[in-house]
Write a protein that binds this ligand. Structure first.
Ligand SMILES: C[S@@+](CC[C@H](N)C(=O)[O-])C[C@H]1O[C@@H](n2cnc3c(N)ncnc32)[C@H](O)[C@@H]1O
Length: 369
């Protein structure tokens, strides 16, 4: 950008945010925007955008106007807070909902455009641009994994990402897995003859709960691509278990294979992969009608995307519900209390990837046709 244009944009951007914080009339804000003040600007003092400022002064009409004019719904300030987080901190439901719905609309539109072969779009937040082992499937699958036990005596499977330890699966998630299996299997019409498909073994926590059911699955298929995880499964005797079939590869390698499509369908399907983003999960959603047995079948997935920020977690949760509805599936949510105090040492040396007090546990069922 030309230096003069750049400094003019800065000047107008600062003026815009200051005027909003000073509660100037909407007409004045509109005039500033019309005269070229950049709606995407984030100020130098705190990194806040016009939308953050409007959320601070809790002006619903102004928030709506800024959204209409194209305000950036997911900009984060220096403290990594979005305007949605600010609305949440004031308990201002109307403003929160307007910003959240803008996020959902924008992601739905981008999702639709992305499906057009000629479109070359990258999403604002819901698709990975990370080429490390935590954001790229390719890098993850060639990275060495470490199985260990942390100071709380919990098992951890982790991967090194640029010198930082990142948990692939951690023992603190055990209760989430236990409750998921309960909700997927309890009262199931096929509980005497369950065919279960699980994507991603990790520590084998969920697979162990499936095996510990009063009636273990008659068919228990596990898809797992990582060589170190497959070794771990060998050591733990999973290849010799009755009814267990291990498909070595990614779910994408098997989704159209006879193993998944010619067995009459699964009664329970669960997926929890690593280093994949929302667009991968959504592709998996699209395959569900082909691999589930019938409308009594149940589906679950690890709902952990965006979970270091309440606002993004909410957006992912709602978008996944809408996309599942699109493939004919109703979702019921329940909350699992995973709140913990900082001294508990849940993360050990690992990067924190879930900081919400409640995990939103999804159980989907195809609508009867
Ligand atoms: C978070 S762990 C799963 C943890 C598991 N739910 C448990 O209870 O222990 C993720 C697993 O998914 C595997 N994975 C990653 N990408 C995959 C893919 N495309 N298809 C199948 N599994 C994948 C990883 O190798 C890893 O073992």
């Amino acid at each position: 950008m030309d230096v003069n244009v750049d400094s003019l944009a800065t000047e107008l951007g600062e003026e815009l945010i200051n005027q909003i914080l000073a509660d100037a009339p909407i007409q004045d804000i509109l005039k500033l925007l019309d005269s070229g003040a950049p709606i995407w600007y984030q100020n130098s003092a705190e990194g806040i955008s016009p939308l953050h400022a409007a959320a601070y002064i809790q002006n619903l009409d102004l928030v709506k106007m800024l959204i209409d004019k194209g305000a950036v719904w997911n900009a984060v300030n220096y403290l990594k807070h979005t305007a949605g987080d600010i609305a949440l901190s004031f308990n201002n439901e109307s403003i929160y909902t307007v910003i959240r719905d803008a996020g959902i609309r924008s992601e739905l539109v981008l999702g639709l455009l992305e499906r057009q072969p000629e479109a070359n779009l990258s999403s604002l937040i819901l698709r990975a641009t990370d080429s490390t082992a935590s954001g790229s499937s390719h890098t993850f699958l060639v990275s060495k994994l470490k199985y260990s036990v942390n100071e709380n005596g919990e098992h951890v499977c982790s991967v090194d990402v640029d010198g930082e330890e990142v948990g692939v699966m951690m023992g603190w998630e055990t209760d989430i897995m236990r409750q998921t299996v309960e909700k997927l299997c309890q009262g199931h019409s096929k509980s005497n003859d369950l065919k279960v498909l699980n994507i991603g073994f990790g520590l084998g926590i969920i697979d162990t709960f499936f095996q510990e059911l009063p009636n273990p699955p008659t068919e228990h298929v596990i898809i797992e691509p990582h060589p170190d995880v497959l070794n771990f499964m060998q050591e733990q005797g999973w290849y010799e278990r009755n009814g267990v079939k291990i498909l070595e590869g990614r779910w994408q390698d098997f989704i159209e294979s006879d193993d998944l499509t010619k067995n009459g369908g699964f009664n329970v399907v669960y997926t929890d992969t690593f280093s994949e983003d929302y667009s991968d999960l959504r592709k998996f959603f699209d395959c569900l009608p082909d691999i589930l047995a019938d409308s009594n079948s149940r589906f679950g997935f690890f709902n952990g995307l965006g979970a270091t920020n309440a606002f993004f977690y909410d957006i992912y949760t709602r978008i996944s519900e809408l996309h599942l509805l699109g493939v004919g599936m109703d979702v019921r949510w329940s909350d699992v209390d995973v709140g913990f105090d900082a001294d508990e040492g849940r993360w050990g040396k690992s990067r924190e990837y879930f900081s919400q007090p409640f995990y939103r546990l999804p159980i989907g069922k195809m609508k009867a046709s």
